[in-house]
Write a protein that binds this ligand. Structure first.
Ligand SMILES: Cc1cc2nc3c(=O)[nH]c(=O)nc-3n(C[C@H](O)[C@H](O)[C@H](O)COP(=O)(O)OP(=O)(O)OC[C@H]3O[C@@H](n4cnc5c(N)ncnc54)[C@H](O)[C@@H]3O)c2cc1C
Ligand code: FES
Ligand code: FES
Length: 1335
């Protein structure tokens, strides 16, 4: 940063050490500063916009007024360093480290198996740690609340919550146990007759260090002195382009506001920060009154409360809680409405950063607070040099009308919220894609004031968020209803009027138009019911209550702390203690994950001369590139070069994948060029200045439907057929036909694609460090692009922060792109994709269309199925052909259908190329199967589980492609799942519930699974390992598999430990690289541990055999003695190990083969509760039974099952990618793509690993990486069951098909009722929608 003479020094503390920054740049955020300036890389980048929590740190602030220190969590990516003056920051490094002492929070998160890839772990640690600093003995509810703003893509959250719960006083891990009705006791009894003993303990609580709050670091006394300094003065920091000013007091602030009327006041920076980052807003001056005492106060009076504008939303929450506890209920209706929304607004970090003043002034279009404040008649107290004045927080203010808003020199001092009164009702409602940390789709604040003692409307107010560019009011409607009685007729008129007044045009931004229209009146109905209930409570004689069946419509699903139980086989009591196989050993890197010491690629220190790469991507789906003008970009400071297709010395089009677009672009998001500069900020700024002129080309194909119209495919059709389908259709009782759409999914691995490419001085060698599942493929692409032999390219993978299939092929293209830049500039290239670029460029799971024709008997037996599948492959082949093969081979799932034909073809479209994703087509295709089975059940009037059972494989059989298998474990999982989940009793209870509740419905579903592991080509199942024994007895273990959180390295150490008969501590596994194990295949397809385990076993057995003579001579000797002796006898202590691969094959001509080495079976049962008025659902309970054969590590395997299940649940419910009709992906951040959070996981989550045999795999284990994904569909079908119940009650008995994802929109619109009936509908031919489905 350049030095400016008149700038002040920025002083703050990080982990107890004083930081003096002489050149503080207002544009630099804390995350960057920690990572790049202070070298504290434990804090991670996941999104840059406050939405993922990976960058959570604790800020501590001393308040000279109260003399108290406030500790609170923040997302460092949204904290400008200049806002930290006088504050103390604690990062994960400051909490504890392996080098000094690990903190109990870090220890427990690791030991409870709360980390997999470990990328989210430092953020998780910081959220729990900060909570404990404020509440050393938290309640389980506080733990869940503290974690709501932290995303984890691997674990499924259960173990993370559990680690937090170990700090709760009342916590027993199984809370059901605490209730005296311990499920475990019953389970143990029912398992008692079995041969193997069932364990439920994945860790030992007795090992945990105690939390001693007195040991926490003290707040730096110097900062107390600074805060209390009576001679404070105005401070100013000057950056490259901007100035930051901290006023000394309120007067000074008002002076500044007069001098710089356009300068934003930076409070929480949660509105300004994202606008700068994502919308390219620029402000030359920032004023930062953060901490000015005049903005921090609560003033309670008889009529209401005045709250200082500087109060954070978390402090606002506490203040309102206090008032609610003190005041009579009738006075606190507005406060309670605000509190409800404050619980779910963003996550804990944002709630602690964002301020009341900032919220009110920034007026988010789906603000959760402003509609309630307006409905509650709040007023805003303003101040300027001219004096003070009040303005109402009303519709004019919310619409930003200049006459009703702040003047540029004014600031908000405070907000006054009056008490409600006896006949005044105030409520807030919100509906979002996800319960917490998700902007509302539509929300509302409503109030009604009655003539005293009557239900005659004196005043009515309705404010809606999410229906336009600002908060909308239905003032005309409200006016027209004055004087009316609060009755059904009034409601009906109100719905009609409000729909007229608040009009959402058919092509409106954000889409979901009909849904949003429905929500407008559904929320109004909720308010209507709530008020009627309130009136009844006040005078039951005068005001009749609402029908009993409607009561549950008033309640939002509560956010509860999840609990669960995990069951697995215990190890043989005679197994030596040292032998770790079969034990729930902690992830090898877990402690490093939780201390932030695990090194990911971008954590590697800067390399001399390194350059940063930013991408320029196509904005057109299909177009000719007319010109690329890089002159403006090249002229910017720090820019070294712009790299295009012309700069690729070798093959720019390698195996059908284009590195840099040349002449033509084939999707939005295709890389056209990259900019290399001295900093990432410079590269990014320059990338924006590259000018590309395009000429659109025809056709532009975005959806599967369009591809079918254009006959646009990536490969030929794949088909499997058995029996005589046509003939069978002639003899069945009934035939149904239908279509199921399954949309795609974004991997959302927490660590975005990251590459460090370092050209070497000699022989054109290049070294790449990256996160990938397939280093050999990267090596191949780099070799192709640079036109040099593979032996010169080395790829290193230490670990990657999640992958899920997204890092199989994509890193090869990106690695080659970076390598070309490194080659051209001759300098190391650091290429870190921003979250938005990653989501745009790398694509994800294939959207799928399934068309079926099913012939069946009236008893539910399916005789014939003819199924066609199409997947949206995007613009290049990538893995689409293989995905389609898997779809066709696996899609029969668990069912035997004697006459079965399945065909599939991948479509070529102008979308970014879709790729591998956990389950590889199975999770999409099998939903189609479950959908048609459910449809058959509905046609036969039978329960779906009965139809599933009668069509399920029973005995040793052949698949449709004639591979023999034994479905015994399938039947066992299915049976146990039904029994242990008490399916039939709970189903009855749900039916009872549904009879009593009109607007809430419960549904249950159970799904069976037959999942194949491995690849249909033997050579894809091969693996190699390299084992060195050093002379001190320590062992270096290397194999070709990549560690991405699944615990592969941990399992490999377990294998080596057993084989060499030495403790795990002797064995070190550092990284995977192409120069140690060459030509390794990808780590995917649930095969990592299987095949690498065999190779490791082989290597260890070779070494053990070599050592045998030495051991025989000295059988009582130690390992170290044997090694020393072996060396003196010139016995080689290093070897490779090899596994040739399982024998598999598939003959597509004959449509048969032994395509897969083995099968994994499972079943899962889920129960949900659906709110028919909003489309929200709550997952009440899930039971999973997964056939693990013999689990090498039950903790890791359960982690895989749970994590995959939650990821699957996301696929089938909340995760929705939105594309424009022109093929532009809108969903590019956690703000608009909603993976599950801690609140989405089942309230009760039970997982059992079922024992079976699998002799062909190592130690008779099974690969469980992917299988759990599909089990998430039990949630989808439970939702279906609930919606079907609602539809039946409304007289809709016809079978309907619920596509995936079952978003709130889909659920709500399927629950057809009087509200969906009255909304305006538009003729689809008259407008172009904002977004489209691409499946
Ligand atoms: C990840 C994320 C999730 C979110 N989720 C939700 C959600 O679910 N629901 C929801 O309602 N909101 C949500 N928000 C929005 C959030 O509520 C607002 O960004 C926040 O309240 C703004 O407050 P701030 O203090 O950070 O404002 P800042 O960004 O600091 O300032 C915003 C604006 O207000 C002005 N300003 C600030 N204070 C004053 C003052 N005292 N006087 C005059 N002008 C002032 C500034 O000049 C600036 O123009 C989310 C934000 C993020 C980043
Ligand atoms: S990186 Fe800061 S919240 Fe995601
Ligand atoms: S462990 Fe949470 S994101 Fe990987």
């Amino acid at each position: 940063m350049p030095s400016l003479s008149n700038a002040d020094e920025l002083i703050f503390f990080v982990n107890g050490r004083k930081v003096i920054e002489k050149n503080a740049d207002p544009e630099v955020n804390l995350l960057f500063y920690l990572r790049k300036v202070l070298g504290l890389t434990g804090t991670k980048y996941g999104c840059g916009g406050g939405g993922c929590g990976a960058c959570t740190v604790m800020v501590s602030r001393y308040d000279p007024k109260t003399k108290k220190i406030r500790h609170y969590p923040v997302t460092a990516c949204l904290v400008p360093i200049c806002s930290l003056y006088g504050l103390a920051v604690t990062t994960v490094e400051g909490v504890g480290s392996i080098k000094t002492r690990i903190h109990p929070v870090q220890e427990r998160l690791a030991k409870c198996h709360g980390t997999q890839c470990g990328f989210c772990s430092p953020g998780m640690v910081m959220s729990i740690y900060t909570l404990l600093r404020n509440h050393p003995e938290p309640t389980p509810e506080q733990i869940t609340k503290a974690l709501g703003g932290n995303l984890c893509r691997c674990t499924g959250y259960r173990p993370i919550v559990e680690s937090g719960k170990t700090f709760c006083v009342e916590s027993t891990v199984c809370e059901m146990k605490g209730s005296g009705k311990c499920c475990l006791d019953q389970e143990e009894k029912s398992f008692a007759n079995r041969l193997e003993k069932i364990c439920t303990k994945l860790y030992n609580e007795e090992e945990f260090q105690l939390l001693d709050p007195t040991q926490e670091p003290i707040f730096p006394p110097e900062l107390i002195r600074m805060a209390e300094d009576p001679n404070k003065r105005r401070l100013m920091f000057q950056g490259e382009r901007t100035t930051w000013i901290i006023p000394v007091n309120l007067n000074d602030l008002l002076d500044l506001k007069t001098s710089f009327p356009k300068a934003p006041l930076i409070m929480g920076n949660t509105a300004v920060g994202p606008s700068i980052k994502f919308r390219d807003e620029f402000h030359p001056v920032f004023i930062s009154p953060f901490g000015l005492p005049e903005l921090y106060f609560v003033d309670n009076t008889d009529d209401g409360v005045t709250i200082g504008a500087g109060y954070s939303l978390a402090q606002l929450n506490d203040a309102l809680q206090f008032i609610v506890s003190e005041q009579p209920k009738e006075k606190t209706k507005t406060y309670r409405a605000l509190l409800k929304h404050l619980r779910t607004l963003a996550g804990a970090q944002i709630r602690n950063m964002a301020t009341l003043g900032g919220h009110v002034v920034s007026r988010p279009k789906s603000s959760d607070l402003n509609p309630i404040l307006a409905a509650g008649n709040a007023t805003i107290n303003l101040i300027s040099k001219e004096g003070e004045r009040q303005i109402p927080l009303d519709s004019h203010f919310l619409k930003n009308s200049p006459e009703a808003s702040l003047k540029s020199e004014e600031i908000v001092l405070s907000v006054y919220i009056p008490h409600s009164t006896q006949w005044h009702f105030v409520s807030g409602f919100r509906m979002a894609q996800r319960q917490e940390n998700s902007f509302a789709i539509v929300n509302a604040g409503m109030s009604v004031d009655f003539e005293d003692g009557t239900d005659t409307i004196k005043e009515l107010q309705m404010f809606y968020g999410g229906v336009g560019s600002t908060i909308a009011t239905a003032s005309q409607t409200c006016r027209q209803l004055i004087g009316r009685q609060w009755d059904d007729q009034m409601l009906s008129d109100a719905c009609r009027l409000v729909l007229d007044e608040i009009y959402i045009p058919p092509a409106a931004e954000d889409g979901m138009v009909e849904y949003r229209r429905t929500l407008i009146i559904s929320l109004l109905f909720k308010f209507y019911l709530k008020v009627r209930r309130g009136l009844n409570k006040m005078d039951p004689q005068k005001f009749p209550d609402i029908p009993e069946k409607f009561m549950s419509a008033l309640e939002d699903s509560p956010i509860e702390t999840p609990q669960g139980i995990q069951m697995f086989q215990c190890v043989d009591p005679y197994q030596p203690l040292q032998d770790p196989v079969g034990r729930p050993v902690m992830h090898q890197s877990a402690i490093k994950h939780t201390t932030g010491e695990a090194v990911f690629v971008d954590d590697m220190p800067p390399i001399a001369q390194e350059l940063f790469l930013a991408v320029v991507t196509s904005t057109r789906a299909h177009a000719k590139i007319i010109s690329i003008d890089t002159s403006e970009a090249l002229a910017l400071p720090g820019v070294v070069d712009v790299i295009t297709a012309e700069d690729v010395p070798g093959d720019n089009n390698y195996n059908g994948e284009v590195l840099y677009a040349h002449n033509e672009v084939i999707c939005v998001g295709q890389i056209v060029c990259t900019v290399a500069a001295d900093t990432y900020a410079h590269a990014r700024e320059a990338a924006k200045k590259v000018k590309i002129i395009y000429e659109d080309l025809e056709p532009r194909i975005i959806t599967i439907k369009q591809a079918l119209e254009h006959n646009s495919f990536l490969s030929v059709e794949k088909k499997i057929e058995q029996g005589d389908v046509e003939q069978a259709f002639k003899y069945v009782d009934q035939i149904i036909e239908g279509e199921v759409h399954v949309e795609g999914q974004e991997h959302f691995y927490m660590e975005t694609q990251t590459i460090l490419a370092i050209p070497q001085a000699e022989d054109k060698e290049m070294v790449l460090h990256l996160g990938t599942q397939f280093p050999t493929h990267v090596q191949e692409f780099v070799t192709g692009a640079l036109n040099i032999p593979r032996s010169r390219i080395t790829c290193h993978v230490k670990r990657t922060g999640g992958a899920f299939g997204g890092k199989v092929t994509k890193p090869a293209v990106l690695g080659a792109v970076a390598a070309v830049a490194a080659n051209k500039t001759g300098r190391p290239i650091r290429f870190i994709l921003e979250r938005g670029d990653d989501m745009l460029i790398t694509a994800g799971r294939h959207p799928l269309l399934g068309k079926y024709k099913i012939g069946f008997m009236n008893n539910g037996v399916i005789k014939a199925a003819d199924v066609e599948y199409y997947i949206n492959g995007g613009c290049t082949l990538d893995e689409s052909e293989l995905v389609m093969e898997f779809v066709v081979l696996k899609s029969e799932n668990a069912y035997y259908i004697p006459n079965f034909r399945c065909r599939g073809r991948p479509c070529k479209t102008n979308l970014p190329s879709n790729t591998a994703f956990r389950g590889f087509g199975f999770p999409q295709a099998t939903v189609v199967v479950e959908a048609y089975i459910t449809a058959v059940a509905s046609q036969c009037n039978l329960p779906p589980e009965q139809v599933k059972e009668i069509n399920m494989y029973r005995k040793i059989s052949k698949t449709a492609y004639k591979e023999t298998f034994n479905p015994e474990p399938l039947r066992r999982c299915w049976k146990e799942c039904l029994e242990k989940s008490s399916f039939s009793t709970r189903k009855q209870a749900a039916e009872e519930f549904n009879k009593k509740n009109y607007w809430k419905k419960r549904g249950l579903a159970v799904v069976p699974m037959k999942f194949t592991v491995g690849m249909p080509m033997t050579y894809y199942n091969q693996a190699a390992a390299l084992v060195h024994i050093y002379l001190d007895g320590s062992v270096l273990l290397i194999h070709g598999g990549c560690e991405m959180g699944q615990g592969l390295y941990t399992k490999m150490v377990q294998v080596a430990s057993r084989e060499l008969n030495i403790p795990e501590s002797y064995i070190h596994l550092s990284e995977t690289s192409t120069n140690t194990v060459p030509n390794a295949i990808f780590t995917a397809g649930s095969m990592g541990a299987d095949i690498n385990g065999k190779a490791v076993q082989n290597a260890c057995q070779i070494l053990k055999a070599r050592l045998q003579p030495v051991i025989r001579k000295n059988p009582k000797g130690t390992w170290e003695e044997w090694i020393a002796q072996a060396f003196t006898e010139s016995i080689s202590l290093s070897t490779t190990g090899y596994f040739k691969g399982y024998q598999t094959n598939m003959d597509w001509e004959k449509e048969e083969g032994d395509a897969f080495p083995y099968f994994v079976y499972g079943a899962s049962c889920s129960e949900v509760e659906v709110d028919c008025l909003t489309g929200a659902h709550k997952l009440l309970r899930t039971d999973i039974f997964m056939d693990a054969a013999f689990s090498i590590n039950p903790a890791l395997d359960i982690g895989q099952v749970e994590g995959a299940f939650i990821q699957g649940m996301g696929l089938y419910t909340t995760e929705e990618l939105k594309y424009s009709p022109e093929g532009v992906l809108y969903s590019r951040s956690p703000d608009d793509y909603k993976i599950p959070t801690v609140n989405e996981i089942p309230k009760e989550f039970r997982v059992t690993l079922v024992r079976s045999q699998n002799p062909i795999a190592i130690y008779s284990s099974k690969g469980l990486g992917e299988a759990g994904m599909f089990l998430g569909s039990s949630v989808l079908f439970a939702i279906y069951d609930a919606v079907a119940a609602a539809r039946r009650e409304r007289g809709l008995t016809k079978t309907f098909i619920l596509s995936s994802p079952a978003t709130p929109e889909l659920i709500r619109m399927a629950c057809v009722d009087q509200f969906t009936d009255v909304i305006p509908r538009d003729d689809p031919s008259t407008f172009t929608p904002w977004s489209i489905h691409v499946s």
